[in-house]
Design a protein. Structure first.
Length: 426
């Protein structure tokens, strides 16, 4: 019983610190692991065992591969095609801008995507209906909705990232996400939000703030100059790794990205120093720590206690669609005030605890905060890409509510519908 209350206290501390955002997430979770070991809830070996878990072994090198791919000439090629779009006008121009935003968002971080797309938006000019001011924020909406959604590049690790947040609470393998499930879950929201942005950009005011091109520094997003031979190695290694992961060839789903990373190092494409820096990002430290805390929640009985409390609040037999709608609304609203990672890390264990207490299928419940945590268009505090868009567009959040509120509403509805169709609670 004492262990359970210690775990509860540590979990509350972790969530409060995530929300407060005064320390790196990795430092917060490692502190929690150390406290659990110091108080005797877990042993020292278990406290730092997260680094050896399948999830971390998959996600860390997958982030590295996505970073390397994003710096090849493929991205420059996409930008070259975009140059040809500048002369277009009207709906075709809007469609092409949104298409390239969604495409780039599969391979490089959305902050870089927005920095690149803002530069192209600036070339449109301030006359007519289609202006940079009216397009930049909707482009943020597209980037947020499509961010690493397809199971390529960093998107291939989405399922493992979400699993890491609740597998210690619900360990039954049938309730763990598979590689393609996050993508399938996103199809309905992507179609709904994409259609809204394609027509909803007209809700943006024609006369707004001052567009600020100097707010975007694209120099740090320039592609790296790999040799043609190195790029061929990158593409071949990446494609082979994706094939192995998608079809789980030889059971090497979790090992394929690590092997691909080692091949890039041994062939000289990537230095060992570069690789070590990319493999030890704050996200990886956070994930390793969260895995341990989630395990402690499950073994101590704390997750069941949390689930019982929340289940009492929402009722033991709620309408499934209303429940999905409620979780979607909480996620979308919350992520506009907190970072995407903080929102995801706080909410996924909570909804998993509710599913455990009620005996429900948790997958729809965890996918909502695991995916909808990117819908951050209302405030610049939501993410790095939101900060870029608001700074470049010179937006006053109150003056663009005609676009942001419907965007959030469509997002909430899309994620709830997808969860309701794909994952019945019972």
């Amino acid at each position: 019983m004492q262990d359970m209350y210690i775990v509860l206290a540590v979990t509350v501390f972790m969530m409060v610190m995530f929300v407060w955002q005064k320390m790196p997430f990795g430092v917060i979770t490692m502190t929690c692991c150390a406290v659990l070991a110091l108080t005797g809830v877990i042993d020292i070996e278990t406290a730092f065992s997260g680094f050896g878990r399948n999830t971390v072994i998959l996600v860390a090198p997958m982030v590295l591969l996505g970073n390397v791919l994003g710096k090849t000439s493929m991205i420059a090629g996409i930008r070259g095609v975009m140059e040809k779009v500048k002369g277009k006008s009207g709906t075709l121009l809007v469609l092409m801008m949104f298409f390239f935003t969604a495409l780039l968002a599969q391979f490089i971080p959305s902050t870089a995507v927005m920095a690149i797309m803002v530069v192209f938006a600036m070339q449109i000019g301030n006359t007519g209906n289609v202006t940079p001011y009216r397009l930049i924020l909707p482009m943020l909406g597209v980037a947020s909705c499509f961010k690493f959604r397809t199971p390529v590049s960093a998107g291939a690790g989405n399922f493992a990232t979400i699993n890491a947040l609740y597998e210690g609470i619900i360990s039954d393998p049938q309730y763990q996400l598979t590689m393609l499930e996050p993508f399938i879950f996103c199809i309905i929201p992507m179609l709904m939000v994409g259609a809204f942005c394609l027509f909803g950009w007209k809700l943006m005011p024609k006369d707004g703030g001052t567009v600020n091109a100097d707010a975007v520094d694209t120099s740090r997003f320039d592609v790296r100059h790999y040799t043609p031979a190195q790029e061929k190695i990158i593409y071949v290694v990446f494609i082979l790794a994706m094939i192995v992961m998608i079809f789980n060839i030889g059971g090497f789903l979790y090992l394929a990205p690590a092997i691909a990373t080692l091949v890039l190092i041994w062939t000289g494409v990537l230095s060992a120093r570069e690789a070590s820096q990319l493999l030890t990002t704050d996200m990886i430290w956070m994930m390793a720590g969260v895995l341990v805390v989630a395990d402690a929640l499950g073994t101590s009985g704390a997750s069941e206690l949390i689930g019982d409390w929340l289940l009492t609040a929402i009722g033991s037999d709620p309408n499934p669609f209303v429940l999905y709608l409620l979780i979607s609304a909480v996620t979308v609203i919350m992520t506009n005030f907190l970072s995407n990672a903080a929102c995801q890390t706080v909410l996924v264990p909570l909804v998993a605890s509710v599913a455990l207490a009620a005996g429900w299928d948790p997958r729809g419940l965890v996918l909502i905060p695991g995916i909808a945590n990117m819908a951050d268009v209302a405030l610049p505090s939501g993410s790095g890409e939101a900060a870029v868009a608001f700074a470049a567009g010179g937006y006053n959040p109150a003056k663009v509510l005609k676009f942001t509120i419907p965007y959030m509403a469509v997002s909430i509805l899309g994620y709830a519908i997808s969860a309701y169709i794909l994952y019945p609670l019972h």
